[in-house]
Design a protein around this ligand. Structure first.
Ligand code: ADP
Ligand code: MG
Length: 248
């Protein structure tokens, strides 16, 4: 990896408070290089979702600087739109439109926001559905699919906007156990294809297998940032050790 490359994501001393006064992100410093795969873990309420929601401007912050491929968030609507074009996001809940078919779910944004013709958008959608191995379900409605299939559709939908970064917020937490693997396999394949990705997950075997780095968050801080072998075998903080003893 080229250490001098412009980071894909760069936090510099980012601080965020909610209106309640909660100091939810504390002095976040983080650089993610193109092609890096980062897993974020930590106890519930530690700020993981807030951290990744900042990256595509779903959450504002009060202090510090955050750039996505050199574009500074907080520089107005144009910068925000430019950042969002580069960042795909997949949530725990799939958020598919139930009244649209799988294919229509995928072509909606590329035609309305991306300016593609219907034919172009459909071609692109089918290619992404093939990538997540669900092309045969294109004319079904989301609720006719299993949870694992719906989540793969949600991943394909994000990919249709051709992001340079994919953010996943606990993508398998809402799934029945037998469907977790099919979704993690798809994310692992994206990682292998060189996609830059940040994934909040408690699937530690997955983290060990695919992550370049694991971040451990606690009370709004990144307490650890280490390669998986180091993080899992020799966590530096007592809090991470305690967390690991409960999730593994
Ligand atoms: P995690 O994803 O690690 O569980 P979150 O980022 O969702 O943590 O939340 C971090 C903390 O911020 C929690 O204490 C949560 O209750 C609080 N929080 C999240 N969203 C809001 C909000 N919109 N307003 C106030 N507090 C919030
Ligand atoms: Mg969360």
């Amino acid at each position: 990896m080229n250490a001098s490359a412009q980071p894909m994501i760069r936090f510099q001393r980012v601080n965020k408070w909610f209106d309640s006064g909660l100091h939810v992100l504390r002095d976040i410093d983080l650089s993610v290089q193109p092609g890096e795969r980062v897993v974020v873990c930590g106890p519930s309420g530690s700020g993981k979702s807030t951290l990744i929601r900042c990256i595509n401007g779903l959450e504002p912050f009060q202090e510090g600087e955050l750039t996505v491929s050199g574009i500074r968030l907080g520089d107005g609507a144009k910068a925000l739109a430019a950042v969002r074009r580069q960042v795909g996001m997949v949530f725990q809940q799939f958020n598919l439109f139930p009244h649209l078919t799988v294919l229509e779910n995928l072509t909606l944004a590329p035609t309305w926001v991306g300016g593609l013709s219907k034919v172009e958008a459909a071609e692109r959608a089918m290619a992404q559905l093939e990538r997540v191995r669900i092309a045969e379900q294109a004319v079904k409605y989301p609720l006719q699919l299993s949870g694992g299939q719906q989540q793969r559709v949600a991943i394909a939908r994000a990919l249709c906007l051709q992001p340079r970064v994919m953010l996943f917020d606990e993508p398998t937490s809402a799934l029945d156990p037998e469907m977790v693997k099919e979704v993690l396999d798809v994310i692992g394949e994206l990682a292998a294809q060189g996609m830059t990705l940040l994934c909040v997950t408690h699937e530690m075997a997955f983290a060990r297998a695919m992550a370049d780095r694991v971040l451990f968050m606690d009370e709004g801080q990144i307490l650890e940032d280490a390669p998986p072998a180091e993080f899992f075998d020799r966590p530096a903080s007592a809090r991470a050790a305690d967390f690991l003893s409960r999730v593994i």
